[in-house]
Ligand binder design. Structure first.
Ligand code: PLP
Length: 438
C-alpha cells in the first residue's frame, strides 16, 4: 500500500505538472487517480476502490477490462496495428456489418470517425450536401461534442465561448419538470414542444434547413426521456418540410437504455444515426455515422468531401467486433433493461419517497438522473457548493458518481449486477440523508 501510495502521488504530480485538462480552469484541479478496473469497479494504486456509477463519461457500457475485448485488441495489434482508411480491412468490414445489423432496415453503410464529435460533424456535412440546405436545428438542452459544428450545435453553456460556425439554430425540447411551455402533463408538453418546433421551422424558413439534430434521449442535459409521441412528431415535421432527422445516439446507444438504440423505444426512424461510446465502450477511440440508403446514394457518384487518418482504425474495429459479439452472447443489453426495470426503477423511486431533496427521478435501462432540489415546491436546483459536497461524500463511501448541474446521473455499466446496484443505492441513500442544506 505504501508503494501504491507513492505511485498515486507520482501520478498526480506528473498530471499537475504536464497535463492540460478538459473544460476546466487548470489551477485548482485535484484529479482522482484511477489505475485499474474490472467490470463495474475501478481502483487506484493504494488500494482504494470505487463502484463506477459514472461508466467514466457514460461510455463503459460493457464494463472495465472485458476479457474478450481486451484480447481482440491485443490480437489485432499483433496482426496490423494501423492502416489507411482508403484500404479494405477485414476488421472494419466485420464491425460495419455488425453495426448495420442493429440499425433499421434501410441503413446499410457506416462512416467511421475517431469519436462522437466528429461523427456529428460528418452527419451534418452529409445532411447539408444531400439536401443542399445549410441550417441545423438542435436543442438548447443538448451536448453534441467539441469540434467546430458540433460545439455550435450543442445547446448548453459550452456552445457560447465557441460560436464560430454558422447555420445553427436552437429550440427547446420537452422537459416537463421544468417546462418551457407551462405544460402540466406529458401530452401537453409533447404537443406544445412540437408546436414550438414547427413555428421555429416556419420562422427560419423550411427550405434553408438541412436537418434537425437531437439526442434520442438528451444525456448530459439530464436524461430527458421524451414524452410518448415526441420523436415520432419530430419525424413527421421533418417529413412535412423535407428536413433530415439526425438522431445522436452517442451516449444513449448500444445498450444504455436497455435497447441497442434508444430510438427503438419511440416509433421513429431517423435518416442518420451518430454513435460512439457504447459501441466499443471506449477501449479504443472511435465513433461514426450510420447512413440510410437514400443519403448514401447521393455519394455514389459525387465525392464525399470528408475523411480522417484514423477512420476505421483496426484496433478500434477489432474492439467493436468483440464488444458487440460479447454484448449479444452475454445478454448485456437485456441485463441493462432488466436492471432498469426491476432494480433501479423501484430502488430510485424508494429513494425519492424517502428524501425530499430528490425532486424527480427519470430514466430507463442504466440511464437515470436524480434531479436534486433545495425545495420540492419551487423546484429550486441544489447549488454547486452542495453538489460538490455530495460528490465528496459519495467518493468517500467508495462510489464514483456522475454529477451534472444539480443532478446525480445514475449510469453504471450495462453489466452491473443486482448486488452492485444495491450497494450503490445504499450509498446514495446515506449521502442524501445527510443534512445537506445546512
Ligand atoms: N453526442 C453526445 C450525445 C454525447 O454525449 C457526446 C459526449 O459526451 C458527444 C456527442 C461527443 O462525443 P466525443 O466526446 O466522443 O467527441
Amino acid at each position: 500500500a505504501t508503494a501504491g501510495a507513492g505511485l498515486d502521488q507520482r501520478t498526480v504530480e506528473l498530471d499537475r505538472a504536464f497535463v492540460f485538462h478538459s473544460w476546466s480552469a487548470q489551477g485548482a484541479l485535484n484529479p482522482l487517480v484511477i489505475a485499474g478496473g474490472l467490470g463495474s469497479r475501478v481502483w487506484d494504486n493504494a488500494g482504494r476502490s470505487y463502484l463506477d456509477f459514472s461508466s467514466q463519461l457514460v461510455n463503459v457500457n460493457i464494463g472495465h477490462q472485458h476479457p474478450a475485448v481486451v484480447k481482440a485488441i491485443i490480437d489485432e495489434v499483433g496482426t496490423l496495428a494501423t492502416v489507411a482508411p482508403s484500404t479494405a480491412n477485414l476488421a472494419r468490414g466485420e464491425a460495419a456489418k455488425r453495426i448495420v445489423g442493429r440499425a433499421p432496415e434501410r441503413f446499410n453503410k457506416v462512416f467511421f470517425t475517431n469519436g462522437g464529435a466528429d461523427a456529428i460533424e460528418n452527419a451534418i456535412r452529409m445532411a447539408r450536401l444531400h439536401t443542399g440546405r445549410d441550417k441545423v436545428l438542435s436543442t438548447y438542452r443538448s451536448y453534441h461534442g467539441n469540434t467546430g459544428s458540433a460545439i455550435v450545435a450543442t445547446g448548453d453553456w459550452r456552445r457560447i465561448p465557441n460560436e464560430f460556425a454558422r447555420g445553427h439554430v436552437h429550440f427547446f425540447g420537452p422537459y416537463l419538470y421544468r417546462s418551457e411551455f407551462w405544460a402540466t402533463s406529458p401530452e401537453q408538453e409533447c404537443e406544445r414542444a412540437l408546436r414550438h418546433l414547427e413555428r421555429m421551422i416556419q420562422s427560419e424558413g423550411p427550405t434553408s434547413i438541412a436537418a434537425v439534430l437531437i439526442e434520442s434521449i438528451p444525456g448530459t442535459a439530464g436524461v430527458l426521456v421524451p414524452p410518448p409521441g415526441y420523436l415520432a412528431g419530430v419525424r413527421a415535421l421533418c417529413d412535412r418540410y423535407g428536413i433530415l432527422l439526425i438522431l445522436d445516439e452517442v451516449m444513449a446507444g448500444f445498450g444504455r437504455t436497455g435497447r441497442w438504440f434508444a430510438f427503438e423505444g419511440y416509433d421513429v426512424v431517423p435518416d442518420l444515426i451518430t454513435f460512439a461510446k457504447g459501441v466499443n465502450s471506449g477501449y479504443v477511440p472511435t465513433g461514426g455515422v450510420i447512413i440510410s440508403d437514400s443519403i448514401a446514394h447521393t455519394f455514389d457518384t459525387s465525392v464525399f468531401p470528408g475523411g480522417l487518418t484514423y477512420s476505421g482504425h483496426p484496433l478500434a474495429m477489432a474492439s467493436i467486433v468483440a464488444a458487440l459479439d460479447a454484448m449479444e452472447d452475454e445478454g448485456i443489453v437485456e441485463n441493462a433493461a432488466r436492471i432498469g426495470r426491476d432494480v433501479l426503477a423501484p430502488g430510485l423511486a424508494e429513494l425519492q419517497a424517502k428524501h425530499p431533496v430528490i425532486g424527480e427521478v427519470r430514466g430507463e435501462g442504466v440511464f437515470w438522473a436524480l434531479e436534486l432540489v433545495a425545495d420540492r415546491e419551487t423546484r429550486e436546483p441544489l447549488n454547486g457548493a452542495v453538489m460538490g459536497r455530495i460528490k465528496a461524500e459519495l467518493l468517500g463511501r467508495g462510489l464514483l458518481p456522475f454529477l451534472a448541474d444539480n443532478r446525480i446521473h445514475v449510469v453504471p455499466p450495462c453489466v452491473v449486477t443486482d448486488d452492485e446496484v444495491a450497494e450503490a443505492l445504499a450509498v446514495y441513500d446515506e449521502v442524501l440523508g445527510l443534512d445537506l442544506l445546512n
